[in-house]
Write a protein that binds this ligand. Structure first.
Ligand code: ADP
Ligand code: MG
Length: 233
């Protein structure tokens, strides 16, 4: 991870006039966006508003982003999706280590699994994990790459409400410890406010709202600040 001073000055993602159309239909319509290093941002928007399209573009997974769109993003990017995308024929640790090399990587993999609460499950098969555990493993797999940028596309969308709240605590804790730049796509307004320091709303192909969640940051769903922010969204 980059030195802290550098993190404070350098935006991790810089988008200028990013445009994406499908069959002549414009989904992203000239997006301008900076994600400062180390910031935790949530991206809201109704279904079909283009959240996943934007995330894929930032991840470098979309080679058809067109127009005068300009994008700079860091090299070490991890992406977490709604489903864990663990390979069923590999054990949990092997999934976490996929694409990494060496003895030291194995150590980091074990440490990452311990960090997400999966110590002792290294040799389990993915189908032996619950949905929440599988997402923990997916987070461990992303951590082991020491990402500068962590992109998450509704990572908790398929989990039950109680598990989701546990995962919120875990994600915020991991972010505090490692300080990657985070862009979390969600359609859960409360999740966005509790987790993020900045909330964006994607609307009609543009960032329609850009809200900073001030200190003191709402820490729980019972925090009255949450209600205030909810109204502003
Ligand atoms: P969200 O993640 O906000 O629900 P998406 O980014 O998945 O929205 O999709 C935005 C719009 O772009 C939708 O109307 C969707 O149908 C369209 N879209 C996304 N990917 C493709 C694709 N590969 N081909 C055609 N249309 C697409
Ligand atoms: Mg989506």
């Amino acid at each position: 991870m980059a030195p802290h001073t550098e993190q404070l000055t350098r935006p991790t993602v810089r988008l200028r006039d990013l445009t994406r159309s499908f069959d002549g239909r414009t989904v992203l319509d000239g997006i301008d966006l900076n994600l400062p290093a180390g910031q935790f941002t949530a991206l809201l928007g109704h279904s079909g508003s283009g959240k996943s399209t934007l995330l894929r573009a930032i991840a470098g997974l979309d080679h058809e982003v067109v127009g005068s769109g300009h994008l700079t993003a860091p090299e070490r990017v991890s992406v977490v999706f709604q489903d864990s995308r663990l390979l069923p024929w590999r054990r949990v640790l092997d999934n976490v280590l996929l694409g990494t090399e060496g003895r030291e990587a194995a150590e980091r993999g074990r440490a990452a699994l311990a960090e997400v609460g999966l110590a002792g499950r290294e040799r389990a098969w993915p189908n032996e994990l619950s949905g929440g555990e599988a997402q923990r493993a997916a987070l461990a797999r992303s951590l082991v790459r020491e990402p500068e940028l962590l992109l998450a596309d509704e990572p908790f969308g398929a989990l039950d409400a109680l598990t989701r709240i546990k995962m919120h605590g875990l994600l915020r804790e991991l972010w505090k410890r490692h300080r990657p730049t985070v862009l979390l796509v969600t359609h859960d307004v409360d999740e966005a406010i509790v987790l993020a320091d900045r909330v964006l709303v994607l609307d009609q192909g543009r960032i329609g709202l850009d809200l900073t969640i001030d200190r003191p940051h709402p820490r729980s769903y019972r925090d009255p600040l949450l209600g205030e922010y909810r109204e502003r969204l």
